[in-house]
Design a protein around this ligand. Structure first.
Ligand code: GDP
Length: 295
């Protein structure tokens, strides 16, 4: 995909440049193309503006006109800068040597939290760890059964409480059961809402304070563009996230939201969800998504 961006940039600049020579004005046309590409990929306007300011400075500051292949040079600058913004990478779950590591997954309803609990469990099983799932999404009754189905599929224990009202208690009891069972990673599947509301945030803050997860990850739906950015901002302000997992990048989404979410939260993008199956989880690599974002 990166090649197609490179080709369209190349042909746009070539047609502008006539004989293949570039002027500063033409370089600006090239930059415009980059800008449109990012906006089309659903990168938020403010992020695009900042990004364009930094690459324009670099592109126009370097001796572009003297370069042998100015288009390649511009593409290189854009690529480097995108990798820079999307990184640094940190796919580690930071498991503790002693005692269970508690991972809390949060996000809006439908973002893919419950599925991602299963995907992380599978990844941990592959690494010879002992995951344990806690069904603390009491908002969506089907989520508890969904987590049990995933647990049975993977042969991972799932803790839930029939008719439970208090997710904090479910998490605390779940952590205790995980310790008794000798499991070393507890994954909390928390409740989502269709939109951010105070009750949801208060509930998560209570779990965060009382259960003290070691890592809090936000699961965001990569198909939702600007909504993903808004929810990332709100969750990060309430919880101090440790990472983001972006799902549904197997579809048409260009992944521009990755760039905006990274800018807004400043926390690492840990994994990408690339399908409904439990093995469809990839550690995030900026190099892998640059071409996708540029289109
Ligand atoms: P939750 O409400 O946040 O727990 O979301 P779910 O885990 O129930 O996921 C909502 C829907 O998204 C389900 O139909 C999942 O199969 C689907 N889903 C989750 N992750 C992915 C993904 O990476 N790619 C695709 N295509 N679908 C996903």
């Amino acid at each position: 995909m990166f090649e197609s961006f490179q080709n369209s940039l190349q042909s746009a600049l070539k047609s502008l440049a006539g004989k293949g020579k570039l002027t500063e004005a033409n370089m600006r046309e090239g930059l415009k193309l980059v800008e449109n590409s990012l906006l089309e990929a659903d990168v938020s306007y403010a992020v695009v503006k900042d990004f364009m300011a930094s690459i324009s400075e670099r592109a126009l500051g370097e001796k572009v006109l003297l370069a042998l292949r100015p288009t390649d040079q511009l593409v290189g600058i854009v690529r480097d800068e995108l990798i820079n913004i999307l990184g640094p990478v940190d796919p580690s779950l930071h498991l503790k040597a002693n005692g269970p590591t508690i991972l809390m997954l949060c996000g809006l309803q439908g973002s893919g939290k419950t599925t991602t609990c299963g995907k992380l469990s599978r990844l941990l099983l592959n690494e010879k760890q002992k995951p344990f799932l806690v069904a603390a999404d009491l908002q969506r009754p089907a989520a508890i059964e969904q987590l049990h189905v995933i647990g049975r599929q993977l042969n991972v224990r799932v803790y839930s409480e029939l008719g439970a009202q208090d997710p904090v208690k479910v998490c605390q009891d779940g952590v205790r059961k995980a310790k008794e069972a000798g499991c070393n990673v507890v994954i909390l599947d928390t409740a989502g809402r269709l939109a951010i509301d105070k009750e949801l945030m208060d509930q998560l803050i209570r779990i965060d304070n009382r259960v003290q997860p070691d890592q809090a990850y936000l699961v965001v739906d990569g198909m939702t563009g600007q909504d993903a950015v808004n929810s990332a901002k709100a969750f990060n302000e309430a919880l101090e996230l440790d990472g983001v997992i972006m799902t549904k990048l197997d579809g048409d989404a260009r992944g521009g939201a990755l760039m905006s979410v990274k800018q807004v939260t400043g926390v690492p993008i840990k994994f990408l969800g690339t399908g409904e199956q439990l093995d469809a989880l990839e550690p995030f690599r900026p190099e892998g998504v640059v071409g996708r974002i540029l289109g």
